[in-house]
Design a protein around this ligand. Structure first.
Ligand code: SF4
Length: 343
């Protein structure tokens, strides 16, 4: 039996063609599953009894189970999900006025081992399926009142999305499909540590969401030390690849820069960062480090962060200091490690 949540539109159309069922039926099935949240094929009353029975023979419909919820003082909620294989992953829902952003995971753990990231300490345990990726979004929306449903999705939770390439692409296609989840592609962001070969491959896909790059250093020696993936894809290789990325005219690449005291936060770093990105249409999110137990890093002072930002602004960059959300529940960037916690 296969979970229909996450089963691609293309595959379902092919299956229906094999069954002699017209392809518009796929839209009807998707409407039941993704718009009405139906879990039983028998309830899909505009399908024939025969098709309902056939679907029930092949598929089931299930979302990841919410194992635990932790509410932050700032209004964010961290969800701990239990997957079918017993693994656990986290998503963080962050309200900001009308915008409700959901940060979702793509892997259990991560093999990239960035030294400032709690997820990276776990190593890679397993890849999520497309259904488990979009299931986080669907389950959170089912859990919250309609006014609080996620408006934006960022793939910045546990895992490196481009290291789970096929499942992530299937999930993204379903997210932005007008037949399935209908999320605007402007409201979906994939964040990568810079897997250059995969970025090149992703550029060829028919998926036009936002791209964010977790950069975090301006010299290879520093980036090698905090992001081992840099030894394979050094900064110049990454930037050269991004210069060729087929950005839509009104879009910008987002660069994430976690500021680590005494490591990558100097004025010289800010100057180098300004030069490095000078030919790219981009914006920069500065993220003062979010600590966790056992980490050897600290956040810079507010003054240092401001000085770093001011240099970038003086060079005409859009540079934002990103408010950390959910820091008290280890729900902030780089703090996810799938532990049930209580406030
Ligand atoms: S920052 Fe991202 S890529 Fe690096 S270890 Fe953490 S989850 Fe993996």
């Amino acid at each position: 039996m296969i979970n229909l949540i996450g089963y691609s539109e293309q595959k379902l159309k092919q299956l229906f063609a094999d069954w002699g069922v017209p392809s518009y039926r796929v839209n009807q099935v998707f409407s039941w599953v993704y718009h009405r949240g139906t879990k039983q094929f028998n309830d899909m009353t505009n399908l024939s009894k025969d098709l309902r029975a056939r679907l029930a023979d092949h598929f089931y419909i299930a979302l990841p189970r919410i194992a635990h919820k932790t509410q932050s003082r700032d209004g964010s909620i961290k969800y701990l999900f239990e997957l079918e294989n017993g693994s656990q992953v986290e998503s963080v829902w962050m309200p900001d006025g009308a915008r409700k952003t959901l940060c979702i995971s793509s892997q259990v753990g991560c093999r990239l081992a960035c030294s400032f990231c709690l997820t990276g300490t776990l190593g890679l345990k397993s890849n999520l399926t497309a259904g488990e990726i979009i299931g986080q979004y669907l389950a959170v929306n089912e859990d919250l009142p309609e006014a609080d449903h996620a408006t934006n999705v960022v793939m910045m939770g546990m895992g490196e999305p481009l290291d789970n390439y096929d499942a992530v692409c299937d999930a993204l296609r379903l997210m932005v499909s007008p037949e399935a989840m209908r999320i605007s592609n402007r409201k979906v962001t994939l964040s990568t540590a810079g897997l250059v070969d995969r970025i090149r491959q992703f550029a060829q896909e028919d998926i036009h969401i936002n791209l964010a790059i977790s950069l975090n250093a301006t010299e290879d020696s520093t980036r090698d030390a905090i992001m081992p993936i840099n030894k394979r894809y050094p900064i110049k290789t990454l930037i050269d690849c991004l210069k060729k990325y087929p950005l839509k005219p009104t879009r910008r690449i987002t660069f994430e820069y976690v500021l680590l005291k005494g490591i990558n936060d100097s004025d010289e770093d800010a100057v180098r960062l300004g030069k490095l990105l000078s030919t790219l249409r981009c914006k920069i999110n500065l993220i003062p480090f979010n600590g966790f137990e056992g980490s050897c890093y600290e956040a810079p002072s507010e003054e240092r962060v401001k000085s770093f930002q001011n240099h970038l602004i003086s060079k005409k960059y859009s540079a934002f200091i990103r408010k950390s959300r959910g820091t008290d529940i280890l729900g902030a960037c780089g703090q996810l490690a799938a532990q049930a916690m209580t406030c």
